[in-house]
Design a protein around this ligand. Structure first.
Ligand SMILES: [Fe+2]
Length: 278
């Protein structure tokens, strides 16, 4: 069973506020005198993503300027913009003393998706990949550790270690505390494989372009990571200095018990969806 979050209360409060703002303008008889209506951040994010990913697809990285456009919107976003705050029950939810992650989908089309992860303290999203995808991750509030890797393509294409594991190199291994800038990963670099560990209650807003899609071969694969010394190198050479930056990644079967996640309905501010004719 899942528990709905108390976003309605916030949404109701916000609507009331908006009504108040509008009522102060109704004294003006001329519509043109009204100040321009402010676009909600979630609306702006949706519209920028719609433009940027319009011609996107697997393995296609948007131009730098377009990446910056999405990043600029996300950098300014907080939990309030998606109706979340750390006092909500989802941020303290546990089952058998294990922290339960709550997943909320804000929007998805075949080009991109906008999703939220609500993590109680100690919750872990295990190491996983993002095949052919560009992913923006914005920590809306709280603190979390991000560890990410990229495949070490220079060696793995020529050598197949007997362990069946594949060599990767650490890209990021740091603690992040909001407010902080958006993290971005790409199909082949930027830390395409990552793991999130919540140090406090925290919320993460992800934009994925394109989204995961099992029928299209873009399923999410999970991995164990092992130190380089764990397995025989089998001819793989890495620099002696900085050896700790390398790790063997081995696919893992993810059972429901290993990843306590519940999916809830997103009831925060929703973007107004634009159809092709509009
Ligand atoms: Fe991810």
């Amino acid at each position: 069973m899942t528990r709905r979050m108390r976003i309605e209360e916030q949404a109701a409060g916000r609507k009331g506020k908006e009504r108040g703002e509008l009522s102060s303008n109704t004294s003006s008889s001329k519509r043109s005198r009204h100040p321009p209506r402010k676009i909600r951040p979630i609306q702006r994010l949706y519209e920028v993503c719609k433009e940027v990913f319009a011609s996107g697809g697997p393995g296609i990285v948007p131009p730098d300027a377009d990446v910056e456009r999405i990043k600029a919107v996300l950098d300014g976003m907080t939990g309030t913009n998606v109706g979340l705050n750390p006092d909500m029950p989802v941020f303290s939810k546990t089952l058998n003393q294990r922290a339960i992650i709550t997943y909320l989908q804000v929007y998805e089309c075949d080009k991109f998706s906008i999703v939220l992860f609500c993590l109680p303290p100690t919750a872990v999203i295990p190491l996983h990949n993002h095949p052919g995808m560009t992913v923006f991750s914005k920590l809306l509030f709280g603190s979390m550790r991000i560890k990410s890797y990229d495949w070490e393509v220079d060696v793995s294409s020529e050598v197949q270690p007997s362990s069946g594991a594949r060599l990767a190199k650490v890209k990021v291994d740091s603690d992040f505390t909001a407010p902080c800038n958006t993290s971005i990963l790409y199909p082949a670099d930027g830390g395409n494989l990552h793991c999130f560990t919540a140090l406090t209650s925290c919320a993460v807003l992800d934009v994925l372009g394109p989204p995961y899609s099992n029928p299209d071969g873009r399923d999410c694969t999970y991995y164990y990571d092992f130190p380089f010394s764990k397995f025989p190198a089998d001819g793989v050479a890495v620099p002696e200095e900085g050896k700790e930056q390398y790790a063997w990644l081995k696919e893992r079967e993810m059972k429901a018990a290993d990843l306590p996640v519940v999916t809830n309905q997103y009831i925060g501010p929703k973007p107004k969806i634009k159809t092709a004719n509009k």
